[in-house]
Design a binder for this molecule. Structure first.
Ligand code: HEM
Length: 502
């Protein structure tokens, strides 16, 4: 058969279409099999869930990273997850690709408890979140405002010292006392006077944190209605949310009609928010529910973190008596002419600041930070990171990496002498408060809540372990994972009054 020109043209067009389809398919195939970072073998349906189960995920993830690398991929149920375990990878995520990773993944607990994720921690990156951060930086959590809350801290700490002094020579549960102290400081900083609802509020927040910590099945399989139904998590969270909402409403109403302990109404965090709501000239209006979500953030993020760090600092000091001695000598010298520690001279406690820095290195309150998510696909270290991948930074592993730290497991505050390393998010080998746009906005408040209590505990008392048969250097330091990583066993100690309160 002779090939006519129209027939040749038809065949040519047909072949061309086939070629285009093939190229398109290949491109599509490339899209569906990205070059992900290495990670352990994935099992059908569950992926790597079994690889990360265990009581201390930050330690498990460090071990896995030693095998698979500082940028590792895990499939956790339906969630494609990247774990960054080195300063270099953390910098890629939180500096090079900062805007792209400034999102948070959807978490059912944050959605239900925190008024549809309108708190600072879980609201998506955008105008509303930017506005909240502006309010934090300029008003709510600014250094100046934290300074104005000084009388509350001093009163609460001196109450604690009185309580402990009464038990001089007997056993105290220091963990419990510190926890009550930081909640006391935070709730009073928010609302002023101790409210009759305070205990209910604290126990509800604890309950909420208990339900949302770790990996919940519902968050591992967000698309499965069956899992969501059988886990029963949603109704439990809704129940807590309703009770929390009622308590917060009552406290705000009660607050509107009374003064704080200092006869002053304008410096408390709830007043700042109510004032900003009314007169703040806001781009996005702030509702009362938004205010409640922010208050929940401050209460949850502000108390537990500080008590955890104080508890670890005291544990490390007890374990290292010569360092304890040095810290006590300093605080007793600086405040020798005073009946107690106040915030006027607290900035002179240079060694105590090193102790706090070293505690934050070895015991970052949030060892896996808060999860992040990228809006768009990107490439890190030659690997593809598809859009909406969850990213976890193992700050704990970075803080103990011998690549950056000499003798990393040793508690040695002096390593920070003459070192420019700072926790403000610029040195990626040391990021206990995170870095980038989502860096903790509560650094000043958090530090103020650490310095005064620690200095006062060291000034007024000498400390012994309750169990006299245990040598100080053998103090058990086992951790327990939750919203923060605390001591597994409570710190039971015997205080001996050295400087009584006047
Ligand atoms: C020693 C005390 C504290 C430590 C170690 C700590 C640590 C952290 C860390 C690691 C993050 C995640 C940062 C990131 O994703 O890059 C964070 C976020 C946050 N922290 Fe803190 N924090 C402390 C105290 C506080 C206090 C006192 C407050 C409030 C009063 C606070 C409020 C927040 C909030 C609202 C966020 C979320 C920020 C956002 O997503 O934009 N924190 N904190």
């Amino acid at each position: 058969m002779e090939l006519t020109f129209p027939l040749v043209q038809t065949i040519f067009t047909f072949l061309l279409i086939l070629l285009i389809i093939k190229i398109l398919n290949r491109t599509k195939a490339n899209h569906s099999t990205p070059n992900l970072p290495p990670g352990p073998r994935k099992l059908p349906l569950i992926g790597n869930i079994l690889d990360v189960t265990g009581p201390l995920p930050h330690r498990t993830l460090k071990r896995l990273a030693q095998k698979y690398g500082a940028l590792m991929h895990l499939q956790l149920g339906e969630n494609s997850t990247i774990i960054a375990s080195s300063a270099e990878m953390a910098k890629e995520v939180m500096k090079t690709h900062d805007v792209n990773f400034a999102y948070r993944p959807f978490l059912l607990a944050a959605h239900i408890i925190a008024y549809k994720s309108t708190n600072i921690m879980f609201s998506p990156y955008g105008d509303y979140w930017r506005q909240l951060r502006r309010i934090c930086n300029t008003e709510l959590l600014s250094s100046k405002h934290v300074q104005s809350l000084r009388p509350i801290r001093e009163q609460e700490v001196s109450n604690l010292i009185r309580v402990i002094a009464k038990q001089s020579g007997s056993i105290v549960n220091l963990s419990e006392l510190i926890y009550a102290l930081t909640y006391g400081i935070t709730t009073r900083s928010v609302f002023g006077k101790k409210s009759k609802h305070q205990e209910a509020l604290i126990s509800l927040i604890d309950e909420a944190i208990g339900l949302s910590g770790g990996f919940t099945l519902t968050d591992l399989y967000p698309s499965s209605k069956v899992i969501s139904f059988f886990s029963g998590l949603r109704p439990k969270l809704e129940n807590i949310h309703q009770r929390l909402d009622k308590v917060l409403d009552d406290i705000i109403q009660e607050h509107k009609t009374q003064e704080d302990g200092n006869g002053n109404l304008n410096h408390l965090l709830v007043d700042v928010l109510l004032k900003v709501q009314e007169y703040g000239n806001l781009e996005v209006p702030l509702t009362i529910d938004n205010i409640k979500a922010i208050i929940l953030d401050v209460l949850a993020a502000g108390s537990d973190t500080s008590s955890t760090v104080i508890e670890w600092a005291m544990s490390e000091l007890l374990k290292n008596p010569s360092i304890m001695g040095k810290a006590q000598t300093e605080v007793r010298r600086v405040f020798s002419a005073k009946p107690t520690v106040d915030e006027t001279d607290i900035h002179s406690l240079d060694f105590l600041k090193l102790v706090i820095k070293e505690t934050l290195r070895l015991h970052p309150a949030a060892p896996l930070m808060l999860p992040m998510e990228n809006k768009e696909k990107c490439e890190i270290n030659g690997y593809d990171i598809p859009m909406k991948t969850k990213v976890v930074v193992n700050v704990w592993a970075i803080g103990r990496d011998p690549k950056y730290w000499k003798d990393p497991e040793r508690f040695n505050p002096e390593r920070f002498i003459n070192s420019s390393l700072d926790y403000r998010g610029l040195d990626f080998e040391y990021i206990p408060f995170g870095a980038g746009r989502r860096i903790c906005p509560g650094i000043s408040f958090g530090l103020a809540n650490l310095e005064l209590p620690l200095a006062s505990l060291l000034y007024h008392f000498d400390w012994k372990l309750a169990d006299g048969s245990v040598k100080n250097q053998d103090l058990d330091m086992t951790e327990s994972f939750g919203s923060t990583v605390k001591r597994k066993s409570v710190l039971k100690l015997v205080p001996i009054v050295v400087h009584p309160l006047a």
